[in-house]
Design a protein around this ligand. Structure first.
Ligand SMILES: Nc1ncnc2c1ncn2[C@@H]1O[C@H](COP(=O)(O)OP(=O)(O)OP(=O)(O)O)[C@@H](O)[C@H]1O
Length: 373
């Protein structure tokens, strides 16, 4: 099964093909045995920013790279566009070893790698149109062609009416649209986004992420998103790579990672965005110890269109226990429905164990939350 296809109703986690960004057969970006050490300088010790990194980013994909401050995200992105050289290993972009290029060859390769930034990095003395024209001027395009291309780009990012405005006259979202148009000017096949929505409000973030999604869809540009916000990964990416202290600690399809995060760092990122709090009425009744005549409370992660619809029925049919549905939450993540069902199991510890065993056998991730009367 292709991991991007919808899974069958209420299908458990782990039932899909185990492809991950690391296995991408047709990689647009490939890190091979990468480490990056910033050498000691005066009284500052050397920093091992990236260590033992092997990663393939599939052509045409949208991959989120998430990590806390200092995890190595910016180092990773600067290696992709050749602004930094690896200490060991090589970075291959669209079949070319970018880490081996220098001078004119590097500059030519960089034209096929666009980049957008948190603070937009626009020239305040140039209008929106002239900011977008800049990379084309540097590439030596004829004036008439630049004019036509800039008009096309302004329309593409939805600010055709702002061509003659200076950055100071534009909103944050409009400035980022200029940044995106400039990044796409030389028709790159990779777009690197370094915290591009971190300075924007949620509504503008949504609009910019929608624009990036349509650019990926319509132009086929591979997008690598560097972020410290799981909400950004959830809205846009299909694949996610979690880095911590210079190492990849977890990676995979966004829906898988959301439903079954393994590493504590990933779990903490997800806890920030998935409102997995229980309804107050249920949370206030939860007890750590069994309650005579009560129910054990278990949360089960589910995925797929209609996620979880059949779980309660299957438990009744296959285990012979009528469980109560106490709470449910379903989100759309990476184009799939994922969520959790909180169920109550009557009949004491024996019944609870039977249900937990059945869930484990059928590869549903679950956790026991406590007991209610
Ligand atoms: N040019 C440099 N010289 C020395 N050390 C550096 C340099 N650039 C980054 N580092 C160090 O390398 C480590 C990784 O930094 P990097 O900027 O790649 O992380 P990050 O995940 O992007 O963090 P942030 O989100 O805070 O920008 C940090 O310890 C940082 O201090």
């Amino acid at each position: 099964m292709n991991a991007h296809q919808a899974l069958a109703v209420g299908e458990p986690i782990g039932a899909q093909a185990a492809t991950s960004p690391g296995d991408a057969p047709d990689a647009m970006v490939r890190f091979e045995g990468i480490s990056k050490v910033y050498p000691a300088y005066r009284d500052k010790p050397g920093v091992h920013a990236l260590q033992g990194l092997d990663l393939a980013i599939a052509r045409g994909s949208i991959t989120g790279v998430i990590g806390r401050s200092g995890a190595g995200k910016s180092s990773l992105v600067r290696l992709i566009n050749g602004l930094e050289k690896p200490t060991t290993g090589r970075v291959v972009v669209d079949g070319r070893d970018i880490s081996a290029l220098a001078g004119r060859n590097l500059r030519l390769a960089q034209r096929s790698i666009g980049m957008i930034f948190q603070h937009f990095n626009l020239l305040s003395s140039r209008t929106a149109a002239d900011n977008i024209a800049l990379p084309l001027e540097i590439a030596g395009w004829p004036k008439a062609e630049i004019r036509a291309r800039v008009a096309e780009l302004l329309a593409l990012v939805g600010i055709a009416d702002k061509a003659d405005r200076y950055p100071s006259e534009l909103s944050g979202g409009q400035k980022q649209r200029v940044g995106i148009a400039r990044a796409l000017a030389t028709r790159p096949n990779v777009l690197l986004s370094d915290e591009a929505t971190s300075a924007l409000d949620p509504q503008t973030t949504r609009a910019i992420l929608d624009l990036l999604a349509s650019i990926n869809r319509e132009l086929g540009v591979t997008i690598v998103l560097i972020t410290h916000e799981m909400s950004v990964v959830r809205q846009l990416a299909k694949e996610v790579v979690v880095i911590d202290a210079g190492r990849i600690v977890e990676r995979g399809h966004v829906a898988d990672i959301f439903t079954n995060p393994q590493h504590p760092i990933t779990q903490s990122f997800i806890a920030e965005v998935v409102g997995d709090s229980l309804p107050v009425s249920l949370a206030s009744r939860l007890r750590a110890q069994p309650v005579a005549g009560g129910q054990a409370v278990i949360r089960v992660q589910v995925r797929g269109t209609g996620a979880g619809d059949t779980l309660v029925a299957r438990l009744a049919r296959e285990v012979g226990i009528d469980v109560a549905l106490l709470a449910a939450r379903i989100d759309e993540v990476g184009g799939q429905h994922v969520g959790s069902l909180t169920i109550g199991i009557p009949g004491g510890e024996g019944a609870a164990q039977q249900v937990l065993t059945w869930l484990a056998q059928h590869q549903f991730a679950s956790e026991r939350l406590g007991h209610v009367a």
